[in-house]
Design a protein. Structure first.
Length: 154
């Protein structure tokens, strides 16, 4: 069963009222990056390619068609007994953009990232709501303690 937006909001800090939805919390854009060198994913490890930040034009990122990594502004904590799913807001989809994300395991804490696919030029304002985080109850034996624990917190 999915949790209420108020429950999800209690796991995050410094939210605006308009971010809390009936069934989740909207996450906002903090930064946008363009990957400029290859990464590597092997059986025994991974390497993330180098990234360059996309500069703003005033308060907006102006993005041409392509793939970008977005960093969310909010610090997320997935509580024990839950799993997080992040879905794109419909306004992204209606503007020919898609946000790809992964499962957020119980115990994860950090300012996560996602892959923004842009199919038609768009401007995204810093702090714009682009995704909705929802929590579902989940049985698990352990909590997350992987490479991305505490990411983007410093």
């Amino acid at each position: 069963m999915f949790k209420s937006g108020r429950f999800v909001a209690a796991q995050l800090d410094d939210l605006r009222d308009d971010q809390v939805q009936p069934n989740g919390v909207d996450l906002t854009v903090d930064a946008v990056f363009e990957q400029v060198s290859p990464g590597r994913i092997g059986r025994d490890g991974k390497e993330i390619g180098d990234r360059d930040p996309v500069e703003t034009n005033g308060d907006y990122f102006r993005l041409a068609p392509g793939g970008y990594v977005v960093r969310y502004a909010e610090t997320v904590r997935i509580p024990d007994g839950h799993v997080g799913f992040l879905l794109p807001r419909s306004s992204l989809l209606r503007n020919s953009c898609m946000l790809d994300t992964a499962v957020w395991d119980a115990g994860y804490e950090g300012r996560g990232e996602g892959l923004l696919e842009v199919y038609h030029e768009i401007e995204l304002e810093v702090g714009a709501r682009i995704a909705q985080l929802v929590f579902a109850g989940a049985a698990h034996q352990d909590t997350y303690d992987g490479d991305y624990q505490g990411e983007n917190l410093s």
